[in-house]
Design a protein around this ligand. Structure first.
Ligand code: DGL
Length: 267
């Protein structure tokens, strides 16, 4: 019991996308207390310049550190791609991003020779996935596409509608004809519309969501650092958002059970 730690895990995304990672964490580690912070007043991050993404991310990290978190999960590919080092330099607690687990979820599968990658502009521009994936699999053919409008549609609650279906078709036209073996959802918002993407690309394309592998990585780090929560009692879950909570709540409720969501202003 001495090796256990009841402090919460901090989970951060620019918006509701990280909830797809949160869900996997809850499945694997139901005893852990979690504080989720979504910077809904400033989402999307993807089209912003690197310095701004770093500044916003550090604001979020400071907020979560004040909540005495024991570990931070960056449930955002954009932040993981451009602000990971700045965040590591900013805190002593363990930090987990989504790109390393994302890379692992691709290379651990067999039969992926040609891979599509959809993400935000900042993630594509950073070249992080391209670098890591080709280090592991030098012969991998990679086709990347920034799909910023999908983030906005999902934040608006318009995922899984006729509109998102059309936007998927528009962005992914080239990928559909490219004979892909797999597609990585390199933005944590995109698993929300996974079924529509799957339907458009057809059954021969494996859809890869880094969230499950991220939760496994979290479990490993908690074990290694002796930070696991003792298995007793009900976990405390809290969501904080930087904009009015109503919209976030109504979208999140479609993805999760209703939770306690509060507004907090960091600016
Ligand atoms: N959910 C975020 C990601 O994984 C980014 C969305 C955004 O703010 O543009 O990249």
């Amino acid at each position: 019991m001495d090796d256990m730690d009841t402090r919460p895990i901090g989970v951060f995304d620019s918006g509701i996308g990280g909830v797809t990672v949160f869900k996997e964490i809850r499945k694997l580690l139901p005893n852990e207390n979690i504080i989720y912070y979504a910077d809904t007043a400033r989402v999307p991050y993807g089209p912003r310049p690197t310095e701004e993404i770093i500044r916003f991310s550090l604001d979020a990290v400071d907020f979560l550190l004040k909540q005495q978190i024991k570990l931070l999960v960056i449930a955002c590919n954009t932040v993981s791609a451009v602000a990971f080092d700045a965040i590591l330099a900013h805190t002593d607690i363990p930090v987990i991003g989504v790109i390393e687990p994302g890379t692992r979820s691709v290379v651990s599968r067999s039969g992926i020779h040609k891979l599509g990658l959809i993400a935000t502009e900042a993630t594509v521009r950073s070249g992080e996935y391209q670098k890591r994936l080709t280090q592991e699999e030098p012969n991998l053919q990679l086709i990347t596409k920034a799909c910023p409008m999908l983030v906005s549609l999902i934040e608006e609650g318009w995922g899984n509608t006729e509109i998102s279906k059309l936007v998927i078709q528009k962005y992914m036209e080239d990928m559909k004809g490219a004979d892909l073996d797999g597609l990585i959802l390199a933005c944590t918002h995109f698993p929300v519309i996974r079924a529509q993407i799957e339907e458009y690309l057809g059954p021969d394309v494996q859809i890869i969501d880094p969230a499950e592998e991220t939760a496994k990585e979290l479990e490993r780090v908690l074990q290694e650092r002796k930070l696991l929560h003792p298995a007793e009692g009900e976990a405390s879950i809290r969501f904080y958002v930087s904009d009015k909570p109503e919209k976030f709540k109504s979208i999140v409720e479609k993805i999760l059970d209703p939770r306690d969501i509060r507004q907090v202003s960091l600016t």
